[in-house]
Design a protein around this ligand. Structure first.
Ligand SMILES: [Zn+2]
Length: 281
């Protein structure tokens, strides 16, 4: 976590160029031939601050102070009095792993929470709509996945607002759940999110699947740490060089094992009894 210790001196005022969608190349055609329709599948945009395995810091959580200070805004652990837990999937959507995870969740009748990247939602809108149609909760995971404490206020705010604009037409509301990329957010940024009534949702069980682990390793990391109220971090879309097949293959075992032990899998809004968004105009 990079949090309260990120002072203004660490801020860089660099402007980030947001990825543009690739346009299909135009092709010359001979007169008399019908126009050639090129339908390339949309590419999944890269994470602008790099791969999860490069940027993510693996260290024990020390979030209790932030939660204590921003009690209704900064959340990472649901109430322990009920046998409920939430599966959460970051970096979605892509066309490789996200549909496989949705298929498994549908098969088991389990609803999860997907933290969606704005530029990926624009690249794959049908998959975002599918998430909503199948009852999953949607949160924001920024527009281009920067390391937030290192960007300027203007870039940070644009990342949040642009993602709202990308998601609202697809999901029918402006998201009010936010998960910071790599779990990193400064205290100033938390305060700005609070002013917009966002809930920042971190986690207390990390599958570590961003390391490209096997299914057995992923399920052991999850099942070895889940307690009532757990917020479980997994990834639902891969970037370049990221292999999430372990996440996909572990999911049936995770669902079966938790259900067998009497843990009900719910969405983040259900776990915390909060709203996932505000109706867009
Ligand atoms: Zn992420």
């Amino acid at each position: 976590m990079t949090t309260a210790c990120a002072g203004n001196s660490s801020r860089q005022l660099k402007q980030q160029s947001l990825p543009q969608h690739g346009q299909p190349p135009s092709m010359e055609r001979k007169s008399g031939e019908p126009p050639v329709q090129i339908t390339e599948p949309a590419k999944t945009p890269k994470l602008s601050a790099g791969r999860e395995s490069v940027q993510r810091e693996n260290r024990p959580l020390s979030l209790a102070d932030l939660h204590h200070k921003y009690e209704s805004t900064f959340l990472f652990n649901g109430p322990s009095g009920q046998r409920k837990a939430a599966l959460t999937f970051d970096d979605v959507p892509d066309t490789e792993y996200t549909p496989q995870l949705l298929d498994i969740l549908k098969q088991y009748g389990v609803r999860a929470t997907f933290f969606t990247i704005g530029n990926r939602a624009e690249a794959h809108p049908d998959i975002v709509k599918r998430m909503v149609d199948e009852g999953h909760a949607i949160g924001s995971h920024s527009y281009s996945h920067p390391n937030l404490p290192r960007v300027s206020d203007a870039v940070f705010q644009n990342e949040i607002l642009r993602t709202e604009q990308a998601l609202a037409p697809l999901i029918g509301y402006k998201p009010r759940l936010f998960r910071p990329p790599y779990g990193n957010i400064s205290e100033d940024q938390i305060q700005w999110m609070a002013s917009l009534n966002y809930h920042i949702i971190n986690w207390n069980v990390d599958s570590l699947d961003w390391k490209g682990l096997t299914a057995d390793q992923v399920s052991a990391n999850v099942l070895g740490h889940v307690k009532p109220g757990a917020v479980i971090l997994q990834h639902g879309a891969g970037g370049e060089g990221e292999d999430l097949i372990g996440t996909v293959q572990a999911l049936p075992k995770i669902i079966e094992s938790l259900t067998h032990s009497g843990i009900q899998l719910v969405t983040v809004p259900e776990l915390f009894n909060i709203t996932e968004g505000t109706k867009s105009d």
